[in-house]
Design a protein around this ligand. Structure first.
Ligand code: PHE
Length: 358
């Protein structure tokens, strides 16, 4: 044997105890006990020795190997503990610190207002209902007391699909009133729902886009009258515009699916080119509404002599423009990041009635 085992052991022990992190220690381990490590290569040399020497050196080498292994294990424990303590000291987070706003996405005004509306009506006991964007002529028109050739069909600038083999054609729904029928069909009164969603009309200018958002309201129950409608809308508008003195004006109008029908205005003021809803003597139209037409109640599968109801339809985008002073509707759907940063809402401020809507 040319190598002094005692010296080898001391050398290795020194390296083990000198390793100051787990990766360095692993290097030492491989250098000693790995396939080509110092101890392993000594082991390989045993074959060349005569039997007596082989026995002695073999035992001695095994002893070195065992002690080095033990030293490695001990050192590993120490280093692990050290590393953990270091992490605990440097990686602590103060969970009582306020959340830092990251300048990444914002909530689109439509999503914000949508959520505000749902919150307000949830508080009034309304559930949220949904319907498909592509619907049949029947749900969009027929069931809503708009027969073929009715002039209202032209007013809606409908996107039609090709006719199928039976001559029926589907439409992109022009309003959320489709959900009135779909809800009546599957729900027994009392019904109290709002149906927010996308609607489509072939129209585009500063206040119209081919896709826009509406929400429908429908109440169907015994002895429902116009007073309920007015109270409900007043309550909604006051809460939504955060204006306790807000006034409503109901103007006679016409929709085929309601009788009587009313357009609803809110009072507003223009000061220095700034619109304020809920104060002043000007009026601004914000929604269409009325008492559900008996034919519509029948089409929904109920008896108009038993139950009555009211319905309303409001543009979500329009509400967002009015509440947050956004002048052009088209910009809503252009995905311009500068616009979104300016008009978007914090992802952390979820609107609630208790915590504040906006
Ligand atoms: N559906 C009508 C529209 O889109 C709005 C409306 C809904 C009017 C419900 C009355 C009742 O213009």
């Amino acid at each position: 044997m040319t190598v002094d085992l005692k010296e080898l052991e001391n050398q290795l022990l020194e390296s083990v105890n000198g390793a100051d992190n787990e990766a360095a220690l692993e290097e030492v381990r491989i250098g000693a006990l790995g396939k080509k490590g110092l101890i392993s290569s000594q082991m390989k040399g045993l074959g060349k020795l005569d039997p007596e020497q082989r026995k002695q050196t073999g035992q001695a080498l095994n002893g070195v190997k065992a002690r080095i292994s033990e030293a490695l294990a001990l050192r590993r424990e120490v280093l692990k503990k050290q590393a953990l303590e270091e992490r605990l000291a440097t990686e602590n987070i103060d969970v009582t610190l306020p959340a830092r706003q990251r300048d990444q996405g914002t909530i689109h005004p439509v999503s914000q207002v949508w959520e505000e509306i749902v919150q307000i009506f949830a508080d009034l006991g309304f559930a949220v209902a949904e319907g498909p964007h592509i619907d049949t002529d029947w749900y969009n028109f027929g069931a809503l007391n708009i027969p073929d050739e009715h002039p209202a069909r032209q007013e809606h600038d409908t996107f039609y699909f090709h006719r199928d083999a039976e001559g029926n054609r589907k439409v992109l729904r022009t309003h959320t009133s489709t959900v009135q029928i779909r809800t009546m069909e599957k729900t027994a009164p009392p019904i109290r729902i709002i149906a927010p969603g996308r609607t489509f009309r072939c129209d585009s200018d500063q206040t119209h886009t081919p896709m826009f958002h509406q929400f429908e309201g429908l109440v169907l129950d015994k002895d429902i009258h116009l007073g309920h409608l007015k109270w409900c809308l007043l309550e909604f508008c006051k809460t939504f515009f955060e204006a306790t003195d807000l006034k409503l004006r109901l103007r006679a109008s016409h929709f085929p699916f309601t009788e009587p029908s009313m357009e609803v205005d809110v009072n507003c003021s223009w000061v220095d080119g700034q619109l304020k809803v809920g104060e002043g003597d000007n009026w601004m139209e914000i929604l269409g509404s009325g008492m559900v037409h008996p034919n519509v109640i029948r089409a929904g599968g109920h008896d108009p002599d038993e139950v009555q109801g009211f319905a309303f339809g409001i543009g979500i985008d329009r509400l967002a423009m009015l509440k947050y002073g956004i002048p052009d509707l088209r910009a809503f759907f252009e995905s311009d990041l500068r616009w979104l940063r300016h008009y978007g809402f914090s992802t952390l401020n979820v609107p609630t009635l208790a915590g504040g809507l906006s």
